[in-house]
Design a protein around this ligand. Structure first.
Ligand code: FAD
Length: 436
């Protein structure tokens, strides 16, 4: 049948992990016509984190092809031509709506069928929407979300139409903080709203959060904490959002709303067909699922985190890249009948906002100490934090570090040295990591 196409390898999804997997396939040796990538996006795989950073900059914003993978890890950009030259078929604007693992077939929204020998699931996450909770008026115009480049383009159009307008950011996580900063840089009057007592509560300690919240206040961003949005009111003439009503009764004026309240892994196509765990698709340390011809990488994979002897899912770009490389190495090793080391991942998260840049390595468990200059009014603030559990350093955070210093805190998080006195550790600060 002409509408059925077969590939030895199919990567479902065309995001970060898909791009890095393609690169790894070519390193391992790939024949022309063996690999296809199927993506509902219109563009080749790119470094998604750029969307909430340089992409939203009013001055010389970054644009494709600048940030196609693999530039994010210092590699060469994979342009459309690259896929062509390598004989990799890239099916863009192509959404898979049905997956049947027993017949190894994927069906597109237009009824085309793709068959594979080995499948790599790389569908990433989708945003959680306020309409999912039935928040009144949440379908008004100018309420934006940010996951894909098409979302970012809509947001940019919205910002252009509302120069110097009022932006309300819902959510105090990564997306909320990064987009809040970007909206302020675009000269909008920004208010952030989140239900928690401080921003990024899943990672930040109250001390770390106090620094960033102070820094934001100093940039003219208003922060409303401990409450949530209950209703949006729209202009009756054009349907555009006008007011945001909060649980505590407060009403905020808004020309634009950006919502960043988290994501959900896109696993639904495989429900009941592969074993799941902790909201993701369960894999081993080689990203193989419960079905031996199916792998899962990036945001959707729940894998054994060897260091902590626990199954975890990680929604960060560094893991998207590394899990992709590991899965492809494992697929090729299987074919050659050789074995490779199990994935041994050190969690690594980062963010860049205004002139700031932080990195975190390891696990944020146990007691914490903060060190360095964390006064938000300082000219050049530089500080960090350690997490200490059962007498060992488990996690380390650093704002404003050099490459060498960041490597030092990564090493500490990996090696987990013992510490005696926490007060001394706080006094030693960064030098503890540098001499470890
Ligand atoms: P994705 O990159 O999301 O790719 C999934 C792809 O699959 C998409 O192209 C999607 O369209 C496609 N797809 C899904 N379903 C289908 C289907 N049924 N048919 C066809 N195609 C499909 N992480 C950090 O560590 N640091 C950061 O600073 C950072 N910033 C971020 C900023 C933004 C705005 C966002 C959205 C994320 C950010 N992240 C960051 C998280 C990071 O980008 C993700 O963890 C990473 O992209 C995950 O890679 P992935 O390949 O699993 O999924």
């Amino acid at each position: 049948e002409s509408h059925v196409k077969f590939f030895r390898y199919i990567i479902l999804g065309g995001g970060v992990s898909a791009g890095y997997a393609a690169k790894e396939f070519t390193r391992q040796g790939l024949q022309r016509g063996e690999l296809a990538i199927i993506s509902k996006e219109a563009v080749a795989p790119y470094e998604r984190p750029a969307l909430s950073k340089g992409y939203l900059s009013p001055k010389r914003p970054s644009r494709l092809p600048d940030f196609h993978v693999c530039v994010g890890s210092g590699g060469q950009r994979l342009l459309l031509e690259w896929y062509r030259e390598e004989g990799i078929s890239l099916f863009l604007n192509t959404e898979i709506v049905k997956a049947d693992i027993s017949s190894k077939a994927l069906t597109t929204s237009t009824g085309r069928i793709f068959k594979y020998q080995t499948l790599i699931i790389a569908t990433g996450s989708t945003v959680i929407k306020l309409t999912d909770f039935g928040v009144k008026g949440a379908d008004a115009k100018n309420i934006f979300y940010l996951r894909e480049i098409s979302d970012a383009n809509r947001l940019i159009e919205g910002v252009k139409a509302k120069r110097k307008g009022k932006a309300v950011i819902v959510g105090g996580g990564y997306i909320g903080l990064e987009v809040g900063a970007a909206m302020r840089i675009n000269n909008l009057d920004v208010t952030m709203v989140y239900p928690d007592t401080w921003c990024m509560p899943r990672l930040f300690t109250s001390d770390i959060a106090a620094f960033y919240e102070g820094y934001y206040a100093n940039k003219g961003i208003k922060i409303v904490k401990g409450t949530s949005v209950v209703e949006f009111n729209a202009n009756s003439n054009n349907g555009e959002v006008k007011e945001v009503t909060l649980k505590d009764g407060k009403v905020l004026q808004a020309d634009i709303v950006v919502v960043g309240i988290g994501g959900r892994p896109l696993t639904s196509l495989f429900k009941g067909q592969v074993v799941e765990d902790k909201g993701g698709i369960k894999t081993d340390g080689f990203f193989k699922t419960s079905i031996s011809s199916v792998y899962a990488i990036g945001d959707v994979a729940t894998f054994p985190m060897k260091m902590y002897d626990e199954m975890r899912r990680v929604e960060h770009v560094d893991h998207a890249r590394k899990s992709a490389e590991q899965a492809v190495k494992a697929i090729k090793a299987d074919e050659y009948g050789v074995s490779i080391e199990e994935y041994d991942y050190l969690p690594y998260f980062y963010s860049r906002i205004f002139d700031l840049s932080w990195k975190f390595y390891g696990d944020n468990v146990g007691e914490t100490v903060i060190f360095g200059d964390h006064n938000p009014l300082s000219k050049e603030p530089k500080f960090g934090s350690y997490w200490i559990h059962m007498g060992k350093v488990k996690g380390a955070f650093l704002e404003g570090g050099t490459n060498e210093e960041n490597e030092a805190i990564a090493k500490v998080a990996r090696e987990q040295p013992r510490v005696g006195n926490l007060e001394e550790l706080a006094k030693e600060g960064l030098s503890f990591a540098l001499k470890a």
